[in-house]
Design a protein around this ligand. Structure first.
Ligand SMILES: O=C(NCc1cccc(CNc2ccc3[nH]ncc3c2)c1)c1cc(-c2ccc(F)cc2)cc(O)c1O
Ligand SMILES: [Mg+2]
Length: 214
């Protein structure tokens, strides 16, 4: 039977990366997606911007919306301080199954909690289920029409604090126009656009960094 793209991506990791070395996992995925098969990982160009924002925030609590195969999960988790926690939400069970194996190959399973389900269902349960008060850093990379409703939901659930940093992927391609309009015009956020390119292509894309003002 036919393999899926995430399965082929996992195979490339298991073949070319060294267990317990996150950097080699990222390199194996980027090589695979550059030379063999495109996949919707944040990639290395936007990934370097992600790295710099994560390093600047040095978060103890991270929420990632949209795990896919775990590329950005590994990228973020590899930069976290010892007792920091990353919760990553994935709606698609096939993606989640692959991501668990990619995260394990990188040796980062102790820092990561992968939760299967939809953001709309899980965001209201974060405090009671995971003992979270607020998130220091949120990476948005799931369905593009969920960025805005989920940001409003995180506000309503008191999951953001003064200084929480939201970083949104794909604000140009595929695009998140309603989110950009809201976040750039809201007095409750200070936003900054980082121009880049769609992963593994020359197409324009970018990341929007927004700091919650409380
Ligand atoms: O659409 C994208 N990613 C999101 C996505 C997509 C599919 C499935 C899921 C299922 N996962 C999921 C869903 C709902 C959820 N709620 N809470 C968690 C959660 C998790 C998520 C995307 C597309 C492109 C792209 C494609 C084609 C093209 F030509 C240009 C660009 C590039 C990207 O970097 C992208 O990130
Ligand atoms: Mg993306």
């Amino acid at each position: 039977t036919q393999s899926t793209r995430p399965q082929r991506l996992l195979g490339a990791v298991q073949k070319n990366a060294t267990r317990g070395q996150p950097h080699s996992v990222l390199k194996a995925i980027d090589q695979f997606c550059t030379h063999t098969e495109w996949a919707m990982n944040v990639g290395d160009e936007k990934g370097c911007i992600l790295d710099s924002v994560v390093s600047e925030v040095n978060p103890a609590t991270v929420l990632e919306l949209g795990t896919y195969c775990g590329y950005s999960t590994v990228r973020i988790a590899s930069l976290l301080p010892p007792h920091a926690k990353l919760i990553t939400l994935e709606f698609n069970p096939d993606f989640a199954a692959i991501a668990r194996q990619v995260i394990a190959w990188a040796g980062l399973e102790d820092k990561v909690q992968l939760v299967e389900g939809a953001s709309g269902d899980w965001i209201p349960k974060m405090k009671e289920q995971f003992g979270i008060t607020t998130f220091d850093f949120v990476f948005l990379d799931h369905w593009k029409d969920r960025y805005l409703p989920d940001t409003k939901l995180m506000e309503e659930c008191g999951l953001l604090r003064k200084g929480t940093v939201l970083l949104a992927d794909n604000v140009i391609c595929p695009g998140t126009p309603d989110y950009l309009e809201y976040i750039r015009n809201s007095p409750r956020y200070k936003s900054q656009y980082f121009k880049s390119h769609l992963e593994y292509t020359k197409v324009e894309d970018g990341l929007e960094k927004s700091v919650f003002q409380g």
